[in-house]
Write a protein that binds this ligand. Structure first.
Ligand SMILES: C[S@@+](CC[C@H](N)C(=O)[O-])C[C@H]1O[C@@H](n2cnc3c(N)ncnc32)[C@H](O)[C@@H]1O
Length: 490
């Protein structure tokens, strides 16, 4: 713009020189007029450009990230667990009845013992469905891609013969015959077994897969530890394949949020009094709920980085704690924190970490726990009623469940103001500002879709539906007034 004005001035001066000084005044007026137009146009253009970029910035902020994460949170609900028609299941069981099904006679499964067969799990790519079997063809673990492609049909089957899962396959008979033939001779198991399977998924239509089962040997290379099964999927309908991939990426994002959360929240919250007061309240140190008894067997469900487990174990009161979480990043921190208390059997006091989804507690002995604690967990679980029912089953009669979590009117700003002032009070805010911002951002953006689900009445109703009879405690004024606690007895 400045160059244009200078050029214009040069032209006018040239004209004035040619036409004589009498016309100079006129030329200057013309120059000022033209300049005003040019500058005005330039400003208008500049304003438009800055408005456009401001608009883009604005769009970035409000691009509905919230909506995106709300949709992601809802995907888990879109893909509900498939229920097999009873008659079909009966027919399929009968078909297997007189066959030599591999692993059929394996003893009863107990997660505290049988899980020890695997010290570290071999894994496949997380976009490819996979599951892991022990040497007796019992289900040990599976991934999210598998749950999505096969509609949660493996959930609740940990420790069960994989035969129970094959009932869901459309080409079940073919698969069973193949399995019996390929695995009938334990001396000659194949190194890799390949077959085709077919499954009808409500959301994605026909799902076909080449299923490869790889033999896993232990470190001496002789004994068989188990089998890693990886599926190569194909969908006859291409749009369904795209839909599957998009859904899976979003589901993995929900899982990753806990991975991202782990280190920051663990550096932050245990240093605040507001969080420690919540733990005090949950563990009965403030007089509301009874103190967790000495020698108690406790399930810490959604144990995260182990703050509850650590407190219970480090008080040296002979408690045996099973810490269950399905996020490995969380469990790694928990193991480091509880190193001095880690145990592999439940005969002695200490902490046993288990990677498992808390909506299916299969393999955890029924009626064997005195307490189950869910601190800030249930709100994020896609199937809370199933989680509560499973918890009910593993508590002994008279055992108690304690749940804390957000309320319908939880105000994150109020909570984070308190966290900030707690950190400032101990001189840690500046040092932990990045963690503070990170934890706040995850809460604001990615946990918000889960935060405002229930009030106290909703929790009571869910507990009743799960079978709990007596409410032992209620408080709606914990965690800077932004959380609620409920206790109930079996
Ligand atoms: C906000 S953290 C709370 C952790 C811990 N209870 C505490 O007080 O610090 C929630 C935890 O629940 C776990 N979680 C969420 N859904 C789960 C599920 N379905 N099965 C197992 N763990 C789950 C997450 O991995 C995460 O570690």
């Amino acid at each position: 713009m400045a160059i244009g004005a200078l050029m214009m001035l040069a032209v006018i001066l040239l004209l004035a020189f040619v036409k004589g000084t009498s016309e100079i005044l006129l030329s200057i007026i013309a120059f000022l007029g033209v300049s005003a137009v040019v500058i005005g146009a330039g400003m208008a253009l500049g304003w438009r450009i800055s408005k456009a970029s401001f608009g883009a910035k604005e769009a970035q902020i409000t691009f509905d990230d919230h909506q995106y994460y709300e949709e992601s949170a809802a995907i888990a609900d879109l893909t509900t667990k498939k229920v097999l028609d009873e008659e079909v299941e009966e027919d399929r069981r009968n078909y297997a009845a007189d066959k030599n099904v591999p692993g059929r006679n394996a003893g009863a499964f107990d997660i505290l013992r049988d899980r020890l067969h695997f010290r570290s799990f071999p894994i496949g790519h997380r976009m490819a469905p996979m599951y892991l079997l022990d040497k007796n063809f019992r289900v040990v673990d599976w991934n999210l891609a598998f749950s999505l492609a096969f509609e949660h049909t493996m959930e609740g089957r940990r420790g069960v013969s994989v035969l129970e899962w094959t009932y869901y396959l459309d080409n079940y008979e073919e698969v069973l015959d193949h399995g019996v033939a390929a695995f009938s001779d334990p001396e000659n198991f194949p190194d890799v077994d390949v077959e085709n399977i077919r499954y009808m998924n409500d959301r994605y239509g026909v799902v076909e897969a080449v299923k490869r089962a790889y033999k896993i040997r232990d470190d001496n290379g002789i004994d068989i530890l188990g089998w890693l099964i990886i599926m190569e999927l194909s969908f006859p309908e291409i749009p369904k394949r795209l839909q599957f991939n998009e859904d899976l990426i979003r589901l993995l994002g929900v899982d990753d949020l806990w991975t991202e959360y782990a280190a920051s929240y663990d550096r932050l919250l245990p240093r605040t009094s507001v969080y420690n007061e919540l733990l005090d309240e949950m563990l009965g140190a403030t007089g509301g709920l009874d103190e967790i008894a000495d020698g108690a067997r406790v399930l810490d469900l959604g144990a995260g980085t182990g703050n509850i487990s650590y407190r219970l174990a480090s008080e040296a009161k002979g408690r045996m704690i099973i810490a269950v979480d399905n996020n490995t990043a969380m469990l790694e921190i928990l193991k480091a924190k509880c190193t001095a208390h880690l145990r592999e059997d439940d005969e002695h006091a200490g902490v046993i970490p288990i990677k498992q989804d808390i909506t299916t507690l299969f393999g955890i002995q029924e009626q064997s726990f005195d307490y189950a604690i869910l601190n800030n967990v249930l709100y994020s679980v896609s199937d809370p009623v199933s989680c509560l029912k499973e918890t009910f089953n593993v508590l002994r009669p008279g055992g108690e469940i304690r749940i804390s979590g957000p309320k319908k009117d939880t105000d994150l700003d109020a909570l984070f103001d308190r966290i900030k002032s707690d950190l400032k009070a101990v001189g840690l805010y500046d040092k932990l500002k990045r963690d503070f911002d990170h934890v706040l951002a995850i809460n604001n953006l990615r946990l918000t879709p889960f935060l405002h689900r229930w009030d106290m009445n909703d929790l009571e109703k869910m507990l009743e539906d799960a079978g709990f009879s007596e409410i032992t405690y209620r408080s709606e004024d914990v965690y800077a007034g932004q959380a609620q606690i409920i206790g109930a007895r079996k």
